[in-house]
Design a protein around this ligand. Structure first.
Ligand SMILES: C[S@@+](CC[C@H](N)C(=O)[O-])C[C@H]1O[C@@H](n2cnc3c(N)ncnc32)[C@H](O)[C@@H]1O
Length: 195
């Protein structure tokens, strides 16, 4: 029998985000890919909210725009073809949530994948624009080479953040084979975060 509640890291990330994001909020999808999380976020923020979406691939941008149009929520989204490490160039307001879904676009070039150095830069800048008690979720895919390296470097970085600034949670399956995806979730507790 299939699990219903505890089977996918992406769903666990959404469950966390659902608790945080309210109608009218401004939020970020840091890796739009096929646009699934972008649509999810647009539905959470409603008519008066805004979703910034980033991806470095034109294919991801085009697919996401099409999906947002079909779902009739395109007016709530600002889709940006640029790396999430440049978030500070585009997002000038405080946001209540940021979602990262790392790795590569399924059924596309697997060489175009998130890399630990730009991911960490984006996380640092993302924390800056998060409002107090804002939440960031990061789905990590250690099952491929770059993803494994990304996992090591991300944990190294996040474990060192003082708990007086941010709570950092790791949600992982401990009895699944082949380095399964896991979720990192951060809640900002102080305006003056020092890394
Ligand atoms: C696993 S996919 C995202 C899936 C997506 N959230 C969805 O719901 O379909 C990861 C995406 O990250 C993108 N990516 C890689 N490096 C990036 C960067 N520096 N900034 C933004 N996106 C990046 C890839 O192009 C790919 O589309």
């Amino acid at each position: 029998m299939q699990a219903i509640y505890l089977n996918k890291a992406t769903q666990l990330a959404k469950d966390i985000i659902k608790k945080v994001v309210k109608s009218g909020d401004v939020v970020v999808d840091a890796t739009i890919g096929n646009g699934n999380d972008t649509v999810f976020l647009c539905n959470l923020v409603g008519d008066s909210g805004k979703v910034y979406g980033f991806d470095i691939q034109k294919k991801a941008v085009m697919t996401t725009i099409k999906k947002l149009e079909m779902e009739n929520v395109i007016d709530r989204a600002v889709i940006i073809e640029d790396g999430h490490e440049n978030i500070d160039k585009y997002v000038k307001e405080e946001v209540s949530a940021i979602m990262f879904n790392l790795g590569y676009l399924p059924k596309a070039d697997h060489n175009i994948t998130t890399k630990y150095n730009t991911t960490i830069e984006a996380i640092k800048k993302g924390i800056k624009v998060l409002k107090l008690n804002g939440v960031m979720t990061i789905v990590v895919y250690p099952g491929h080479k770059e993803g494994f390296e990304e996992k090591i470097k991300l944990l190294e970085f996040l474990e060192k953040i003082d708990q007086k600034y941010i709570n950092v949670l790791k949600l992982e399956f401990i009895n699944q084979i082949n380095n399964p995806p896991f979720v990192l979730a951060l809640e900002k507790k102080s305006k003056d975060v020092v890394f």
